[in-house]
Design a protein around this ligand. Structure first.
Ligand SMILES: [Zn+2]
Length: 74
């Protein structure tokens, strides 16, 4: 079943909030999923969308070695 737009928006705001709370720290979809109790498959497309909107987001390497995203320090 496809996710509703409301669910996607909620997930996106959770992901954006988590990144904004820790500016300068890169996290991948798997680490964010663990932190937010969500599925990596739900987070990956959101990270892709946010990466296209950079700045304020920037891609980088997560602490676990995966490709991730961070909120840029101002
Ligand atoms: Zn990671």
């Amino acid at each position: 079943m496809a996710k509703s737009v409301a669910q996607l928006n909620l997930t996106e705001s959770l992901v954006r909030g988590a990144l904004q709370d820790t500016p300068g720290r890169v996290r991948c979809a798997i680490c964010l999923a663990r932190e937010l109790y969500l599925l990596p498959g739900d987070i990956m497309p959101i990270l892709t969308t946010l990466a296209e909107r950079q700045p304020p987001f920037a891609t980088g390497a997560c602490g676990c070695g995966g490709a991730g995203l961070m909120f840029l320090l101002r």
